[in-house]
Design a protein around this ligand. Structure first.
Ligand SMILES: NC(=O)c1ccc[n+]([C@@H]2O[C@H](COP(=O)([O-])OP(=O)(O)OC[C@H]3O[C@@H](n4cnc5c(N)ncnc54)[C@H](OP(=O)(O)O)[C@@H]3O)[C@@H](O)[C@H]2O)c1
Length: 311
């Protein structure tokens, strides 16, 4: 089968399209013929030797990627039959080997793809959707009527976060640059702050929940606008050390989180997609042979919604 291997940690030149054997599935797994893969900042960080590189480094060959949508071609599980269309985030944090024509995936990490949702959109609604879903349900508890501030609201995580928060019934404030204002408001945000012209801490207050996608000084700045007893969930693991202690000193509940594969959460996401309560914005689609370009797009830090690679 075709796969993109990572020859060594480094730049995009380390990504090589080649042939490798089809994986063999074990008990509880399915073999998925991949139709679409979504690309995340963690793919880029891992390629460069950070992110999940620690888990990947002993694999031979190393194959990146976690987010897939495709068709089941073999099943050793009760959950799925051959021919089922599925999507999910495979073995995260760990080794997903998603940059391939076929992926061996634990059935309990997948959900059935709603019929009316394209493979591209389904692939997009995996890691980036699971993250805010888990942030709002497991790591903090966002409730109707609360005021939530979502940083980078136009990005992969942010654009799903805005929609979940709105669905929960929260009052949603998103940050982004001016060209994304209409997009973020269209997703259901109540207010938008253009971070290029305004500092959010000058214009918002009494926030119950911050979803911090940035880390660094965004933690201290966000803590200035959160109510006592509020919550900050910080997801940029390379820049969020000490969030818990910093938050505690301000009477705020602080948490750094790492998204986890979960078929149960994927089923909630599938239902919301099916109802039309959630949609994936896929702003860029690349063919499998242009994985390097997909990584370069993510590296700009400016992509709207999701970047997807298709077979
Ligand atoms: N811990 C976890 O489990 C977990 C899970 C998912 C993601 N993450 C991390 O979370 C971060 C975000 O991920 P992502 O997939 O959402 O990234 P992304 O899709 O690459 O984010 C791109 C977006 O960021 C916005 N942006 C850039 N600088 C900004 C700023 N200063 N203020 C507000 N918005 C800004 C851009 O909007 P403009 O063009 O309008 O500037 C763009 O739309 C990454 O570091 C990623 O690794 C962690």
């Amino acid at each position: 089968m075709k796969a993109i291997i990572l020859k060594d940690f480094g730049g995009v030149e380390q990504l090589e399209l080649t042939e490798v054997p089809v994986p063999v599935i074990g008990e509880g797994e399915v073999l998925v013929q991949v139709k679409a893969i979504s690309i995340n900042p963690v793919d880029v960080k891992t390629r460069a030797g950070k992110g999940a590189a620690g888990q990947l480094k002993d694999q031979k060959p190393m194959i990146l990627g976690w987010d897939i949508a495709g068709v089941v071609t073999e099943s050793q599980s009760e959950e799925f039959q051959v021919g089922d269309e599925v999507f999910g985030m495979v073995n995260f944090p760990g080794v997903g080997k998603a940059y391939a024509e076929y992926v061996a995936a634990p059935a309990d990490q997948l959900a059935l793809k709603p019929e009316d949702i394209h493979f591209e959109s389904a692939a997009a609604a995996t890691l980036a959707a699971l993250t805010p879903w888990q942030a709002f349900s497991d790591h903090g508890r966002l409730r109707a009527g609360q005021r939530v501030l979502i940083h980078a609201a136009a990005g992969g995580v942010g654009h799903f976060a805005v929609q979940f928060a709105r669905h929960i019934g929260a009052y949603v404030i998103g940050t982004g640059s001016a060209e994304n204002k209409e997009f973020v408001m269209g997703l259901g945000a109540n207010e938008f702050i253009d971070y290029t012209t305004q500092r959010f801490e000058d214009v918002v207050r009494d926030i119950d929940f911050v979803l911090d996608t940035r880390g660094g000084d965004y933690i201290e700045r966000s803590l200035q606008v959160i109510k006592k007893g509020g919550t900050i969930v910080s997801i940029n693991s390379s820049a969020n050390d000490g969030v818990q202690e910093k938050a505690k000193a301000k009477g705020v509940f602080g948490k750094s989180m790492m998204v986890q594969s979960s078929g149960e959460d994927m089923q909630h996401i599938a239902s919301l997609l099916e109802e039309g309560a959630l949609r994936a914005e896929v702003s860029k689609v690349f063919p499998f042979g242009q994985m390097a370009e997909a990584h370069q797009a993510i590296e700009t830090g400016k992509t709207r919604g999701k970047v997807v690679v298709i077979f």
